[in-house]
Design a protein around this ligand. Structure first.
Ligand code: PHB
Length: 394
């Protein structure tokens, strides 16, 4: 860190103390970094809606303080820009928390800054296990690839599937998914015939479909970031005759996220995924969540895992502010939510005091028609799943 940045950060901390004023009432700012434009804008939109819904239900104040969210657009993954935005939010906007982060490399990039400035960062989506190892100030309310893939690979082996191929985007979460799948599937008697890594920016999946066909494997485990990538992959799987041929497609639920279901249509009908949130989750808390969502935004068409990641992440931020009694010390704030449990629209959750990742139920879901729309209908539940990937590489 440069001397200028260090001085600016010190100035920011001093400014925060002043902002508290004699009566103790302050505006506590949260800087949210996410894609709000471009092909992955659904992340930003759903984060914003999750935050807005939480604030509509719980108010914009905690004690005497007002909580204000400020948003910064990071269209595609870009660690250098993520770092610059975080720096600007800390120094100029004087945020007390960072949040958001759709993509792993962007979360990883801010680790040294949040440590230097002593600011907690709540990860609403990025899902590589190693993120929370990069700084003790990261807390995560999404999922990890290890957490979702272990139960899925066990299920596939139990179904009698003997050979599978992995097809993943070639970066952090994809590599975690590949490693988790291979280790678990092989431990359960399966064989991984090929491990296909696809460039993150691929949009033509036909050559990979041919490679899958050539292996003659019975099933595919796929991970790609949710959005145009998963949509194009699932379509290519159907369009290139793999679905017709009886090859079974599995993966974490990014590939059947609710906003994409209408466009995916028959391409994913009957597909089984593992995930932590489904709009079709049958609980009183989720029903109330969706009813409020409809009231605020007109419909619940886009209510999905990223909405809930942000909604629960906002809950954590509110708890950290409350626990500090108006004074925010980043390290202490994180400490104060270790072990915190609550019921989320996804089901019961706890912040693992060791990994600072969310322990939660992972569901096996099948895409089915419910009324006139497609839903991820839950078929089995695996309770209290930790991040199996935490510190595994060491
Ligand atoms: C990630 O980069 O960690 C990531 C991005 C999109 C997803 C899941 C994980 O859908």
């Amino acid at each position: 860190m440069t001397r200028t940045l260090r001085n600016a950060l010190l100035g920011a901390a001093f400014g925060l103390a002043l902002a508290a004023g004699p009566a103790g009432a302050a505006t506590i700012k949260v800087g949210v970094i996410a894609p709000f434009s471009g092909p992955f804008a659904m992340f930003g939109k759903t984060f914003k809606e999750g935050i807005a819904q939480y604030q509509a239900e719980h108010g914009k104040t905690v004690g005497a303080d007002t909580v204000e969210f400020v948003f910064r657009d990071l269209e595609q993954t870009n660690p250098a820009q993520a770092k610059a935005l975080a720096q600007e939010l800390i120094v100029k906007e004087r945020v007390s928390f960072l949040a958001g982060f759709a993509f792993t490399p962007d979360a990883m990039a801010v680790a040294p800054l949040i440590d230097e400035a002593n600011i907690p960062a709540v990860v609403f989506n990025a899902a590589t296990s190693a993120i929370t190892e990069k700084s003790p100030r990261f807390v995560r309310t999404s999922f990890t690839l290890w957490q979702n893939t272990v139960p899925l690979a066990e299920h596939m082996a139990k179904q009698g599937i003997k050979t599978a191929v992995t097809a993943v985007s070639d970066y952090g979460p994809g590599l975690d998914g590949e490693a988790a799948f291979k280790a678990t599937f092989e431990k359960n008697g399966g064989k991984v015939a090929d491990t296909i890594r696809m460039p993150l920016k691929s949009n033509d999946f036909a050559p990979f479909m041919q490679r899958i066909k050539d292996t003659g494997a019975e099933a595919v485990y796929a991970f790609l970031p949710a959005g145009p990538t998963t949509l194009a992959f699932a379509k290519a799987f159907a369009d290139n005759g793999l679905k017709e041929k009886g090859v079974k497609l599995f993966g974490p639920g990014d590939i059947t996220q609710e906003p994409d279901l209408p466009a995916l249509g028959d391409a994913v009908l009957g597909m089984t995924t593992s995930f932590h949130y489904s709009r079709a989750h049958d609980s009183a808390v989720n029903k109330a969540f969706l009813a409020k969502h409809k009231e605020l935004f007109g419909n619940d068409d886009n209510a999905t895992f990223t909405t809930v990641g942000a909604y629960d992440g906002t809950h954590l931020i509110y708890q950290m502010i409350k626990n500090g009694g108006g004074k925010i010390d980043g390290a202490k704030a994180v400490e104060s939510v270790k072990g915190l449990s609550w019921e989320s629209p996804r089901g019961p959750v706890t912040i693992d005091p060791n990994s600072r990742h969310i322990t939660q139920t992972i569901y096996l879901r099948t895409v089915e028609k419910v009324g006139n729309r497609l839903e991820n209908v839950e078929k089995a539940a695996f309770e209290k799943q930790p991040d199996y990937g935490y510190k595994l590489a060491k």
